[in-house]
Design a protein around this ligand. Sequence first.
Ligand SMILES: *Cc1c(COP(=O)(O)O)cnc(C)c1O
Length: 369
Amino acid sequence: MQIKYYPLRRIMAQYEPGLSKALADVATSGSYLRGNCVERFEEAWSRAVGTSHAVACGNGLDALSLVLMAWKQTKGWADADEVIVPAFTFAATGLAVVRAGLKPVWCDVGADALINVAQAERLINARTRAIIGVHLYGRICDVDALRALKARHGVMLLEDAAQAHFSAIDGKRAGGLLDAAAFSFYPGKNLGAMGDAGCITTNDEETAKHCRHLANYGAPEKYYHQYRGINSRMDELQAAVLILRLPHLERENELRRKIANIYRLKISNPVVKLLPEAVPQQTEVHHIFPIFPSNPEHFVKTMNEAGIETARHYPLPLHQQQAFKEFASTPMPTGEWLAQFEVSLPIHPLLTPDEVDHICTMVNNFAAI
Ligand SMILES: *Cc1c(COP(=O)(O)O)cnc(C)c1O
C-alpha cells in the first residue's frame, strides 16, 4: 500500500470533465484578469463565509499583507508599530507584518497550537496596533478572548484563515469572526486553486475598499494612484477552478472530519501524543492532522517504510527563523515543543477506510527507540 500525503492529481481529477471545460471556457473568453469569474467567486465566498465583503487577491501572503498595509495607512500607524503574532505558524503570518513595515512581536501558543491570548495581553504596550489569530490546522483560535482584548486595549484583530475554510465556532465561520481575515487557496489547502490565489473577507467597508485599491497598484481609478499599492490579482482561471470546487467543500471537510474521528478513536500509542480535543462548539476542518511522536525522525522513516508519506508543519517556529533574526524574543517553550515533535498524517477526502486503518495500525505499532 502506497499512501501519498496529498494526491493532488487525483484530487483534481475528481472534477473532470467539468474542470477542463471550465478552463477551456476561460481560455476562449478572452478575459483573463478582472473578469466575471473573479467577481462571481468573491460573491460566492463572502456569502459562504458570512461577510459583507470579499476581496480576491494573488495569494494568502498578499491577503495578510494587504489588510495590514490598509490599516497602517487608514489608521495612521507608524513604521515599526507592533503586531502580535503566534510564534508557531507558517512563516507567511510573520512575513506579512514585516512587509507592511510593522514589527512582529512573537507570542507563544497553547497546547492546542493556537495563540496564547493571556500572554498576548501581557505583550500589549503603547505601540501595539494589532493581533493576528491563526486558525492553525483548521481549528479556530480563542476569538472571544481576542475580542475582549480589543475591547480593553483597542487593538485591531486579523484572522489568518488560510487553513480554516468553513471552520466554524457556534455555527459562525472563520473569516467573519474578527475585524478582517485572510484566506489562501494554494493548491494544497482545503479549497485549492491550480496555482496561487487568495482572498480578504471583512464586514468593514473601509477595510475592503482600501485593500481593493492597494491590490490594484493603489489606484481607486485607473492611472490615478492615491496610495503606494502592489499588484495582487486573482486570475480568471483560478477563480473558475474555485467556483467549480466550492460546492464540494462542505462534503470534503466532512470526509476529513470522519477520518479525524477514526484517528482519534483508534490511535492509542503511549509514545504518540495528539492535540487536546476541540470544544464541542467547534466545527474543525482538519486541514492538517498533527501528531507528536516521541522520536519524529524515526517515526517519519518508519511510516515511509510502511508506504505512508507524512509531512511536517512546521519544524522551526518563527522566532527561531533566520529571516526574523532582528526580532528578538524570549523562548516560546510550547511552540518550540510542537515544532520539534510535529508530524502530519495524511488526511484528505480520497483516503479509503483500508488506508485509514493501515495508517492507524502503523502509528500504533510504532516503537520509539
Ligand atoms: C498557506 C498559508 C499562508 C500563505 O498562503 P499562500 O497563499 O501560500 O501565500 C499563510 N498562513 C497560513 C497559516 C498558511 O497555512
